[in-house]
Design a protein around this ligand. Structure first.
Ligand code: AMP
Length: 510
């Protein structure tokens, strides 16, 4: 039995457990401070509550709440007890949550109190035995239930292959797929990042990312927890809050949008970041222009890395050595990458093809989708990332496109198919295509190109309003255009490259 990720984290914390693990600034009430022993005690209590509620090893615990230290402790309690953590984006609407809950069958759902009416319907329909609430200020029925719990539950022994978390990623089929991540996946990737990025307990990580996504939950938290570093825990990215907290931090992790927002005012310069050790970027391409402007203003070269939900982090620009803008660096220790032609031949330096990954970081497959999982792996065990890439003569990996037409808006993935299906269901609509176009703030945003049925009418505002009822806001196209027909190639496929070109200025005003 290898140690579970929880045991590994516990062993990595500072000997002095009174040190600060998490500081959550709160403008109205003053900062909330959690020491490492607070974090461990809370985690142990939550794990004991899960057992008391009747949960068994392998049962799923779904969480749809705002970011809070308690939400992180729910994740750690799952690791401790051998339960499987299932974070859900707070922006998901009823239909999306219903699908996830129906697919994952959690034994416990913890939600923000504002979502309770929706979740209680979903939980009744899906026969989920336990629903509790948690608000970002440490209130809710979950907190009340945990308050009275005493009695330790020993940390569960977990094999490397045991499930630790399921994170849903939207599929090209329109239905989200649950990526099954094991203790071994998360531990190996966490240690590789901690060591590559030189985290120590002297660090303070300014954490402004959401924790329903691999970037904020795994990349950020594991680096801090596996090194015993402190985290300053912001509920979300707020430019003013980040600039205020940077002088007390040593590391900051962001999606490219965070960096463009920081650079958007003259008040961001060398002064608040002169003592910083590291800025990292990922989840979407960082424009070389942003990299250069950030370096010119602050003296820091942002370290760009590349990963995905299914694999954790695959490549990273070097900590020492040249960080090349427009590239995602080299494979992390233990991770192998290769670029393959459509015919399955390995390509050489400078040649563009499909990027494949192999290593202890690569997930176990999609939850309850064995065929889909098998399709994504080659016969010799490599995972097809769906990203199109090139490795240059110096070994730096360049991502050149996305085979799957993914749109990345503000760092979040939007799969056009999911939106197209909703548009096509509208009675006025014959067909539609959704493509990503440049957007000044979000990097990319969706634009819908729609063909109406003869004699039917629908305007842009009405179409967007209907989508807003069904989808998280970041997935809703920012613009919609009505056309006579979609351009198609001889195989009948919609030529999305032409649409992207035609509508490239659609969101320019930002
Ligand atoms: P997710 O599963 O949400 O983490 O999204 C994974 C996808 O985000 C990858 O397959 C890439 O297409 C994209 N991605 C992640 N990091 C980068 C990066 N540094 N540059 C460009 N695309 C990235």
């Amino acid at each position: 039995m290898s140690p579970s990720l929880y045991t590994l984290i516990e062993a990595s914390l500072p000997a002095d457990r009174a040190r600060t693990a998490i500081e959550a600034p709160d403008r109205s009430r003053g900062p909330r401070i959690w020491s490492f022993s607070d974090l461990l005690d809370t985690t142990a209590r939550y794990a004991a509550l899960f057992v008391r509620l009747g949960l068994s090893r392998g049962d799923r615990v779904a969480l749809q709440t705002e970011k809070s230290p308690e939400a992180l402790a729910v994740y750690l309690a799952c690791l401790r007890g051998g339960f499987v953590f299932l974070p859900m984006n707070i922006a998901y609407r009823a239909d999306e949550v219903d699908y996830l809950v129906g697919n994952a069958e959690p034994a416990l759902v913890i939600c923000d109190p504002s979502l309770e009416p929706v979740l209680s319907e979903v939980c009744t329909r899906r026969a989920v035995p336990n629903l509790l609430t948690l608000d970002p200020d440490a209130g809710g029925s979950f907190i009340d239930a945990a308050a009275g719990v005493t009695g330790e539950v020993e940390p569960a022994e977990c094999a490397a292959d045991d499930l630790a978390a399921i994170l849903y990623t939207s599929g090209t089929t329109g239905k989200p797929k649950g990526a099954m991540l094991t203790h071994g996946n998360l531990a190996s990737n966490g240690l590789a990042l901690r060591d590559s990025w030189r985290f120590t307990e002297a660090d303070t990580l300014l954490h402004a990312l959401p924790i329903f996504h691999a970037h904020g939950l795994f990349v950020a938290c594991h680096c801090a927890l596996l090194s015993g570093a402190k985290m300053i825990w912001l509920r979300k990215f707020d430019r003013e809050d980040v600039i205020r907290e940077l002088p007390r931090s040593t590391v900051f992790m962001g999606v490219p949008t965070f960096y463009t927002r920081l650079l958007s005012g003259e008040d961001f310069s060398h002064a608040p970041v002169s003592h910083m050790r590291l800025f990292t970027s990922g989840s979407a391409p960082l424009l070389a222009e942003t990299f250069e402007e950030f370096r010119a203003r602050t003296g820091h070269a942002i370290l760009e890395r590349y990963g995905m939900t299914e694999t954790g982090m695959n490549t990273s620009n070097p900590y020492d050595g040249e960080r090349r803008p427009g590239t995602v660096g080299f494979p992390l220790p233990g991770v192998e990458v290769r670029v393959m032609s459509d015919e399955g031949a390995a390509l050489g330096a400078g040649e563009v093809g499909g990027l494949q990954v192999r290593g202890p970081n690569v997930f176990r497959g999609y939850w309850r989708m064995p065929e889909k999982s098998a399709e994504e792996f080659t016969s010799d065990g490599w995972f097809r990332t769906g990203d199109v890439a090139m490795i240059d003569a110096d070994g730096y990996v360049h991502l050149v496109g996305r085979a799957k037409d993914l749109i990345i808006s503000g760092g979040f993935n939007v799969y056009p198919k999911e939106i197209e299906e909703l548009i096509d269901d509208m009675p006025e609509v014959l067909e539609s295509a959704v493509v990503g176009v440049p957007h000044a703030d979000f990097g990319e945003a969706g634009a819908a190109v729609v063909v109406l049925r003869a004699g039917r009418h629908l305007d842009e505002a009405a179409l967007i309003a209907r989508l807003k009822d069904k989808l998280a806001n970041y997935k809703v196209p920012k613009r919609a255009f009505f056309v006579e027909g979609l351009p198609r190639n001889t195989m009948g496929k919609v030529q999305k490259n032409l649409l992207r070109e035609n509508y490239r200025n659609a969101c320019e005003a930002g």
